[in-house]
Design a protein around this ligand. Structure first.
Ligand code: DGT
Ligand code: CA
Ligand code: CA
Ligand code: ZN
Length: 578
């Protein structure tokens, strides 16, 4: 049984390995996988059941990729992929995440200095070996060492960015749920708490027959190595080097196990203390009376919290940073929910060089989600290759007015994603900027400026009346590109003072602003917007991730501008622009 998610996952892995093989992400064969992944993601067909000819008929899928997909579905493996995995082990591949290490450089490091993993690289940096190679110098050594530091990569403890872990966990859970022996399955641990990076994936299954579950789990095609296999507990390592732990528990204990394995450890310890205060015991099997051994609650998390006199604390809050105290005194924040969101305000069409679908299709997709309003924000002209000229923007504005007639229930705003320049100025001139009805301004360049300079440019952008929100605040890619450094106290204070919203970006590889930044923003009374930064109709689902990240920062509905009704939202938007 091969799912669409597994096929896409295999192609994504092939894509990364082919980048090494070909020496460039722009190589023809790499681009071919990009197009195929895009085609499969856009298709609504059950791709695992398609013939080779039917696969080729999908947009972007070529003959050789179609053959590989059939090979995976029919045999459970792809020879090409297996060969490349042998050639490039996962600990070597993971070095591609470090900025400054392109495929060509990495292969040179391997051939010239025998660098096969992070430990080797760090030893070579320490011995100042890189500077002896062509194209590298002392500067590159410093840059790479700084990136390793900022990304928090430390040998074996390297954490996996959520964007890599979540699809794997969801596909394993979906697969296990298909087994007749499985009553319920969830991923838990740090992933369920929606941390930006995870140590390992924890999967929990409810079943009275653990045997077939273990068998299935340890023989999945993604498994590279079985670390341990027991009756109710197993651990495996995937081909990409991610550890996955599985636990099978009895249905009656599922809630207690879910609570326990979701953690965090410190949250659990705090709850256990509340239990002890009542002469109860809380563990992975349930909440029970110490003296009689009688089980007080164990079936669901809600039951256990309720028995302790608490409302259900959302997984995103369970870090023991004050949530238990707030629950105890009845003042747990009412976190924003996906269903509260009424529109998207960072949204691209193919007018942006990196946009993938036309205006009509992008608007249609937003209407299907039932949004009350939507801002189109293609890139401003300063963004190399991807930006739109004044003429193009004005033409789009006319076109949008016509599209608006078809959607009486959704207010369309003509907006722009402005680029924050080195000095904090943005594209076009103020008159033209104010001609838009909404603008998100983002940092897309000069990532290396120091903290003062970065803070200054963002402050200057926020002082601009045409800037409604600051997009992806740090400009980071989790685990790959460290963000810009900012004086967050100063930024949030200015955001509140100028009435500029701070964006919470749902792109899973970004998840900006960070929960820490959000909490500082809340202290200053900042207004937030939660956006998807969609470039394709298949990216609207990111709103869920934006909401979960907002929850990690304890954001309530009232603080989110795009959770407000249309009239209130429009009034707020107009206020700063007037
Ligand atoms: P990670 O994997 O490093 O991103 O973080 P977690 O939170 O997923 O931690 P992990 O995988 O070691 O364990 C999963 C959960 O199991 C953890 O969040 C809480 C629970 N847990 C593990 N060990 C202990 C423990 O010694 N005491 C308690 N109370 N809970 C534990
Ligand atoms: Ca974990
Ligand atoms: Ca674990
Ligand atoms: Zn954007």
């Amino acid at each position: 049984m091969t799912t669409k998610a597994q096929i896409i996952d295999a192609l994504k892995e092939l894509r990364v390995l082919m980048t090494l093989e070909e020496g460039s992400p722009q190589a023809f064969r790499v681009r071919a996988y990009d197009n195929a992944i895009d085609g499969l993601e856009s298709s609504t067909a059950d791709v695992a059941t398609l013939s080779e000819a039917e696969l080729v008929a999908l947009k972007g899928v070529g003959k050789s990729t179609a053959a590989k997909i059939r090979e995976l579905v029919d045999t459970g493996t792809m020879k090409k992929l297996d060969g490349l995995r042998e050639k490039y082990p996962s600990e070597f591949v993971s070095l591609t995440r470090i900025p400054g290490l392109g495929p060509k450089t990495l292969l040179m490091l391997r051939d010239e200095l025998a660098i096969h993993n992070l430990d080797d690289l760090q030893a070579a940096l320490k011995a100042e070996k890189l500077r002896e190679l062509p194209g590298l110098g002392q500067k590159s050594e410093e840059k790479i060492a700084h990136a390793i530091e900022r990304l928090g990569l430390h040998g074996k403890d390297t954490r996996t960015p959520i964007v890599d872990a979540l699809p794997i966990a969801r596909s394993i859970v979906a697969e296990l749920l298909e087994l007749p022996a499985v009553k319920a399955a969830d991923y838990c641990g740090s992933l369920r708490r929606f941390r930006q990076d995870i140590g390992d994936i924890d999967i929990l299954v409810s079943s009275t027959k653990p045997d077939p579950v273990m068998e299935h789990f340890t023989t999945m095609p993604m498994v590279a190595e079985i670390i341990g296999r027991g009756e109710t507990k197993s651990s495996v390592l995937t081909h990409r080097g991610i550890q996955v732990d599985l636990r099978v528990v009895q249905p009656a204990e599922y809630g207690a196990a879910l609570l326990y394995f979701t953690g965090s450890k410190t949250h659990n310890i705090h709850l256990r203390q509340l239990a002890i205060n009542r002469d109860w015991l809380l563990n992975e099997y349930g909440l029970s009376d110490v003296e009689t051994g009688e089980v007080i609650a164990s079936k669901s998390e809600k039951d256990i919290y309720a028995a302790l006199g608490l409302p259900l604390i959302p997984p995103t809050m369970r870090e023991d940073t004050g949530e238990v105290e707030r629950a105890v005194d009845g003042s747990l924040p009412k976190l924003v929910q996906l269903k509260d969101i009424k529109g998207d305000l960072h949204y691209h069409t193919d007018l942006s060089g990196d946009g993938r679908r036309p205006l009509e299709a992008m608007v249609e997709a937003a209407a299907e989600r039932g949004y009350s309003y939507l801002a189109i924000t293609d890139h401003g002209e300063d963004l190399a290759i991807n930006g739109a000229t004044r003429r193009q923007m004005l033409a789009q504005r006319k076109k949008l007015a016509r599209v608006q007639e078809k959607y009486p229930d959704m207010r369309l705003l003509h907006g722009c994603e402005l680029n924050i320049g080195r000095d904090g100025s943005v594209d076009y001139d103020l008159d033209f900027q104010l001609g838009f009805e909404w603008a998100v301004a983002s940092v897309h360049s000069f990532f290396d400026l120091d903290r003062n300079q970065q803070t200054e440019r963002v402050l200057r952008a926020m002082a601009n009346p045409a800037v409604s929100a600051i997009g992806h605040l740090s400009g980071r890619y989790i685990g790959r590109r460290p963000g810009i450094e900012l004086d967050l106290e100063a930024v949030m204070e200015a955001a509140a003072a100028t009435g500029t919203a701070i964006e919470i970006n749902g792109a899973l590889q970004r998840l900006d602003a960070t929960p820490e930044a959000i909490r500082i923003g809340i202290d200053h009374g900042v207004t937030f917007v939660i956006d998807t930064d969609s470039h394709h109709t298949n990216e609207l689902g990111r709103m869920e991730y934006g909401v979960l990240n907002a929850q990690r920062g304890w954001v309530e509905r009232s603080m989110v501008a795009n959770a407000w009704p249309t009239a209130k939202f429009l009034k707020w938007v107009a206020k700063k622009r007037s």
